[in-house]
Design a protein around this ligand. Structure first.
Ligand code: NAP
Ligand code: ZN
Length: 346
């Protein structure tokens, strides 16, 4: 066993505390990563607080991991000691089902293994990246290209791929009007990526508080959803809406903004069910879809894309995790908190 230092929560309303966790000894195809940075995703909060389901504690979140390869197993071919690497939301999948064979491991029919809050094929509980080291099979390790620093690269492993994947799937590009709902971790990546793909980008935020940032990140237009005129003005104009909001939204109101054949894609994952009026879909042959992270091949493709897009981050030390959670919940994040793992001393 390898002992790693970590920050864990011991219950849904407990603060983070220093602890140690065991990482398995390296198997032949395993890579030991010394973690340098780990992003804080809103999903970490949903998990840490048992909002989606009752979790097991202690729980070490973190699935936006960037670090350096410290050791490799005897049969590892893709990585060498010293390589700059990342790990996202998954650390394993069956590798055999139709979806895994297509490179869509996030939709593995046998159930993939999440980076944390899951049980791996060895029967061990998985623990995430708020820790100094992690052991991951090489097929689930991503290469972080030179030219992007590890701190701004970390959020690409979840926020980046979760928005890149639907933007690719629904063909954001020149001539397409794309709106992003919520300018948080996922939302700001969606704006940057949609802009890089050549789409006309609109931000739909609760207020105009972050308008300057939104325009600087690449948005062409910026509207407040608290203003009812926004919905009148944009009615029937958009081709694709990426909803990143972590809470319930008025689905019908957003569907009404779509043009013929437009699609509203939910990547936000509130715990409560959402409802809609079917007539919101019928009128302009609209679609309402969901999308979960992205496959490993697609994640590597995003990292290797020429535009070298990193996240806008606020780097914090490990003692600031609880405070960062509160600020994320208050929509006071610009635009991703990233933990500097070198501050994890015990
Ligand atoms: P985040 O940084 O908190 O961003 C969410 C943004 O939504 C906020 O910044 C805020 O933007 C807006 N918002 C928050 N509460 C709202 C409310 N009550 N009404 C309207 N707007 C609200 O969170 P994130 O890390 O981007 O994650 C967003 C959601 O995506 C979470 O539910 C997370 O679990 C989920 N997620 C899903 C996937 C997937 O694979 N599908 C992957 C990662 C995360 P404004 O201030 O601009 O309004
Ligand atoms: Zn995430």
């Amino acid at each position: 066993m390898i002992t790693a230092n970590a920050q864990a929560t011991f219950g849904p309303s407990e603060p983070f505390k220093a602890t140690t966790i065991d990482r398995r000894d390296l198997g032949p195809r395993d890579v030991l990563i010394e973690i340098k940075y780990c992003g804080i995703c809103h999903s970490d909060i949903h998990h840490a607080r048992s909002e989606w389901r009752q979790e097991q504690y202690p729980l070490v979140p973190g699935h936006e991991i960037a670090g350096i390869v410290a050791e490799v197993g005897s049969e590892v071919t893709k990585f060498a000691v010293g390589d700059r690497v990342g790990v996202g939301c998954m650390v394993d999948s069956c590798g055999e089902c139709e979806n895994c064979r297509k490179g869509e491991e996030q939709y593995c029919l046998k159930g993939n293994t999440l980076t944390y809050a899951d049980v791996d094929k060895y029967g061990q509980r998985t623990q995430g990246g708020y820790s100094t080291h992690i052991v991951v099979e090489e097929d689930f390790v991503l290469r972080i290209p030179e030219g992007i620093s590890l701190d701004v690269a970390a959020p690409l492993l979840c926020a980046g791929i979760t928005t890149y994947s639907p933007l690719r799937r629904w063909e954001a590009g020149p001539g397409k009007k794309v709106a992003v709902v919520g300018l948080g971790g996922l939302g700001h990546m969606a704006v940057k990526i949609a802009r890089a793909m050549g789409a006309e980008v609109t931000v739909l935020s609760q207020t105009l508080r972050k308008k300057e940032d939104g325009l600087r990140l690449g948005a062409d237009h910026y509207y407040a959803t608290s203003d009812p005129e926004t919905f009148e003005k944009l009615a029937g104009t958009l081709d694709l809406i990426i909803n990143t909001v972590s809470a319930k939204i008025d689905v019908d109101a957003y569907l009404s903004l779509l043009a013929l054949d437009g699609t509203l894609v939910n990547v936000g994952a509130p715990a409560e069910p959402l409802s809609l009026n079917v007539f919101s879909l019928l009128g302009q042959r609209r679609s309402y879809a969901g999308s979960l992270i992205g496959g490993i091949r697609e994640t590597q493709e995003m990292l290797d894309a020429k535009h070298n897009i990193g996240a806008e981050i606020e780097v914090i030390s490990v003692d600031k995790i609880d405070e960062a959670y509160e600020r994320v919940l208050a929509s006071d994040v610009r635009y991703r908190f990233v933990i500097d793992i070198s501050t994890m001393t015990a």
